[in-house]
Ligand binder design. Structure first.
Ligand SMILES: *Cc1c(COP(=O)(O)O)cnc(C)c1O
Length: 410
């Protein structure tokens, strides 16, 4: 008789520490952007060792404001991966620029760095790589690929002029806390966007941040500009306006509304204080999965999270069922669901989605991303899992796999 207790995919890990910090905000008389938001930004700077961090209501807002601060708009092109969540690409559309999608390399979740230079034109302003599953992409190969296309670089704004090649804006929604070649996520790309959505490693319910490294531009001025963008272009935030007699303000430009609140930042601060511990627990779980899956003796490609010179944030457990079809993968998901185990697929390549098909993208042009997707299954990985849960998920996968094979599926 198998245990049918449900194993959910990615529930938030909330302790009394988070509850106390949020209650403290609620009782303080200040619930929107204020002291806790600023403290969260400073602590994220220290944690990532980046030059500055600006918080937003989501990673999507962080990416979009970064593109706007860079002056990216109509007539410009921005390259991102075909193998990602819609947000990496929708932000390019939001600012009126043209998205250019790069296929993955064969057997990889990362863009094909060899193909990348041929996608760069004189209109290319930025590339948005995606640290899928929390594993940072190969930034060395990415920069080398962009260096090969340096002749085409035509900076078209002050901030773009601070760079001597296409700007790298990482979608690091998954990779807070990851390290590659001694560089923490937040310092490898020119700009790095993190997500604190409810299913992410560190959550503020909804929220995001943009981190950047120091460059040939004024970091303070950029920070101020991003804060203006996130709050109507208003020259004083609500907190400074409430000081007695300080009502006067200006609107510098018709801005957006995507600021982080102190209630969210309170949740984030408590999560960040626990985060080293949460990352360590994720590592234990990933390594347990690796052993349990290996001992099933079936043909799996399990994404490596830890290795020579890199440690991921252990965000998603990506597994590919080698030489199996999409139908086999879907059957496996159904059978594991019958065991009470929630799994997922990361990602359906963008050209398979109506929005991007309607923009003219055709999946036939992205064969590697398609192959990567068709037999991929994402297993639950979160800090509420017990060691036994991991063994149960692996055993369920093994049973489902054998049952499908016995039925003649492939
Ligand atoms: C979650 C996610 C986003 C969006 O984050 P939000 O904070 O919800 O805007 C972007 N990219 C990837 C890869 C994600 O997984």
């Amino acid at each position: 008789m198998t245990d049918k207790r449900r194993i959910s995919f990615s529930p938030p890990d909330i302790t009394q520490a988070e509850i106390d910090e949020v209650v403290d905000s609620l009782k303080s008389g200040w619930i929107t952007t204020g002291p806790k938001t600023k403290r969260f930004e400073r602590e994220l700077e220290a944690f990532t060792t980046s030059d500055r961090v600006a918080t937003f209501s989501s990673a999507t807002a962080a990416l979009e404001c970064a593109l706007r601060a860079l002056g990216v708009g109509p007539g410009d092109e921005v390259i991102t991966s075909a193998y990602t969540y819609t947000a990496s690409c929708s932000v390019i559309c939001h600012v009126g620029a043209t998205p250019v999608l790069c296929d993955t390399a064969r057997g990889s979740y990362e863009m094909d760095y060899d193909a990348l230079p041929s996608l760069v034109t004189e209109r290319t302003r930025a590339v948005i790589p995606v640290d899928v599953a929390g594993r940072m992409v190969d930034y060395d190969r990415l920069y080398a690929a962009l260096d090969r296309a340096r002749d085409l670089w035509r900076p078209a704004s002050d901030l773009q002029s601070a760079f001597d090649r296409v700007v790298v804006l990482a979608d690091a929604a998954h990779s807070l806390g990851a390290v590659r070649c001694g560089m923490p996520s937040g310092t490898a790309a020119d700009f790095t966007a993190f997500s604190f959505h409810a299913v992410k490693n560190l959550t503020t319910a909804e929220g995001g941040a943009l981190a950047w490294r120091a460059g040939a531009f004024d970091s303070d001025a950029l920070y101020d500009q991003l804060m203006l963008m996130s709050l109507h272009g208003q020259t004083k935030d609500a907190l400074s306006k409430t000081r007695a007699g300080a009502w006067e303000y200006d609107i510098a430009f018709p801005g957006w509304k995507c600021n982080m609140t102190d209630v969210q930042a309170a949740l984030g601060l408590a999560q960040l204080h626990r985060y080293p511990e949460l990352l360590a627990r994720r590592r234990v779980l990933v390594e347990r999965y690796e052993h349990a899956l290996e001992s099933l003796g079936i043909e799996l490609d399990v994404l490596r999270h830890y290795g020579e010179g890199f440690a991921s944030s252990g965000h998603l457990m990506l597994v590919r069922l080698l030489d199996k079809s999409r139908a086999f993968r879907d059957g496996l998901i159904e059978r594991m669901a019958e065991d009470g185990i929630a799994t997922n697929v990361h990602y359906k390549p963008l050209p398979l989605l109506s929005a991007y098909r309607d923009l003219g993208f055709c999946i036939e042009d992205f064969p590697n991303a398609l192959a990567q997707f068709e037999n991929e299954i994402t297993l639950p990985l979160h800090t509420l899992l017990s060691d036994d849960d991991v063994d149960r998920v692996a055993a369920s996968l093994g049973r489902a796999y054998a049952a499908l094979e016995a039925k003649g599926a492939s």
